[in-house]
Ligand binder design. Structure first.
Ligand SMILES: C[S@@+](CC[C@H](N)C(=O)[O-])C[C@H]1O[C@@H](n2cnc3c(N)ncnc32)[C@H](O)[C@@H]1O
Length: 463
């Protein structure tokens, strides 16, 4: 029950003391939760002046959302294609690297790799295009090495969608060539059964893809249990807009969903951080976005408890380029996996600038303030400066330099190479053997494993 308030927490209309003649009261708690879930409002309550309008808006939005879900599989949208391409290309690189190891050291590794799609959908859009699970299945079938090692596990909670997926997989040409027949389950992510699947410590190296509708079902604890095992990685996709709208709601079920995604402690910290943003307009939106994405990544790092958990994200903008709709986040404890995903995300990104964030923006000119805040231009000179201070006083090889620093930036491997050569050219580092004594590749001196790079101390540099 709401304590007596003088004004409506949403529209500030003065509320009369309940009496026979004054009947401006509030919506019921159920109606309030409903409005909070299906509109952008985040209020403790709504009075009889603003409430009916808000309720009507919530009902319309609920219908729109249901319509969108029901029509999700009609045809592939551009952002779904990019998401599927990133997952597909990463899967290809990941499986190749791991199978290479398994073949080299057959006694050390299990002869099986698992690709698990927790929210698999029906496999094919109604217009005939293959969606992510079938794209991956096709990739496995066309590669003789993959056929021997990869085991697909596809899960879908909706009975009808699950049956359609089963049919699609069962009739896929070449299925009989696979050593491991795909497993298709009809479980609910969030249930104990799914959590227990990933508690098995003898689990084979696993790449998990999680692509729910919205963000419900994503759980930081589930991801952490997957990521604690070496060789296991997670790619997840979520609707940023909905999280942004729901984070402050007092509604119990929304609170629970947020806490599953961010962890209890992080959710509270994030709320405080968002409350402290005093800017307005686009700067406010950009800062909120940065805080929310950081919170997801931090929550993951804390729950895995590994100092070497690396995350990288790719964002999707709406058709006008003015708002962020989704984020795709990748998490791994493997340095090569991280570098590989960086290259793949950069290849799908519409922001082509050096060191910039990865995103799909159908209208890249739009949103100058957003770009300014999240996507500052970062030319090579900035990377070169960062390297000078990060490695001051150290001597190391180029692969070590790249490995140690790449997690802090969106620069690609080729950018690191150029930044080191730039520092060498400017005489700000010592490289041994020197330039004329090193072989050249594509007209540039190489930075092989035997080449040593020495950074002077910053103090001695400035004296
Ligand atoms: C966005 S679609 C997945 C699309 C798929 N990744 C693709 O590329 O085609 C989300 C799917 O997750 C299913 N789903 C939603 N909540 C789920 C849950 N808790 N457990 C398992 N599946 C769920 C929905 O029925 C829906 O088919």
């Amino acid at each position: 029950m709401l304590a007596y308030l003088e004004n409506c927490p949403n529209c500030q209309t003065p509320i009369s003391q309940p009496s026979l003649f004054a009947n401006i009261g509030y919506l019921t708690p159920e109606q309030t939760s409903f409005v909070n879930e299906f509109t952008r409002a985040k209020s403790l309550s709504f009075c009889q002046a603003c409430g009916p309008k808000m309720l009507a808006k919530a009902r319309t939005n609920q219908r729109k959302r249901a319509w969108k879900s029901a029509n999700f599989f009609e045809e592939q949208k551009k952002h779904s294609l990019i998401k599927a391409t990133i997952v597909d290309h990463y899967f290809d690189g990941w499986a190749n690297i791991l199978i290479g190891h398994m073949q080299r050291y057959p006694n050390r590794f299990s002869p099986r790799l698992v690709y698990a799609d927790l929210f698999a959908g029906q496999g094919r859009y109604d217009d005939g295009q293959e969606s992510t699970p079938l794209k991956i299945l096709a990739r496995v079938i066309e590669n003789p090495k993959f056929r021997q090692y990869v085991h697909l596990v596809l899960n879908e909670k909706d009975e009808k969608t699950f049956s359609r997926l089963q049919e699609e997989v069962a009739s896929y040409p070449g299925l009989e060539t696979l050593k491991y027949r795909p497993v298709i389950t009809n479980l609910v992510v969030g249930s104990k059964e799914v959590t227990e699947l990933f508690n098995d410590t003898k689990r084979a190296p696993t790449l998990v893809f999680a692509d729910p509708w919205g963000y419900k079902g994503l759980s930081i604890d589930l991801f952490a249990s997957i990521l604690r095992k070496p060789g296991c990685e997670v790619i997840f996709f979520f609707n940023y807009n909905r999280i942004n709208a729901a984070i402050h709601h007092s509604d119990k079920s929304l609170r629970k969903t947020m806490e599953l995604l961010f962890g209890e402690k992080r959710t509270e910290l994030l709320r405080q951080e968002l409350d402290a943003i005093t800017d307005q307009g686009q700067i406010r939106s950009a800062k909120r976005e940065k805080a929310i994405v950081n919170a997801v990544e931090q929550a993951l790092k804390e729950s895995v408890g590994a100092s070497n958990l690396y995350t990288i994200d790719f964002r999707f903008r709406d058709e006008h380029g003015s708002r962020t709709t989704h984020h795709l986040i990748f998490a791994t404890t493997d340095k090569r996996g991280y570098a590989l995903m960086k290259e793949i995300m950069a290849g799908q990104s519409t922001s082509a600038g050096t060191g910039q964030l990865f995103e799909h923006n159908p209208n890249p000119g739009c949103g100058p303030v957003q770009q300014l805040l999240i996507q500052e231009p970062r030319p090579l000179e900035i990377l070169a400066k960062q390297l000078q201070s990060f490695f001051a006083g150290k001597e190391l090889t180029y692969p070590d330099l790249h490995n140690q620093h790449q997690f802090t930036t969106k620069y690609l491997e080729k950018d690191y190479r150029k930044a080191v050569l730039l520092l060498e050219e400017q005489g700000l580092i010592t490289v041994t053997p020197s330039r004329p004594l090193r072989p050249k590749r594509l007209g540039q001196p190489t930075l092989g494993e035997r080449v040593l790079i020495k950074f002077p101390n910053l103090a001695s540099n400035s004296s």
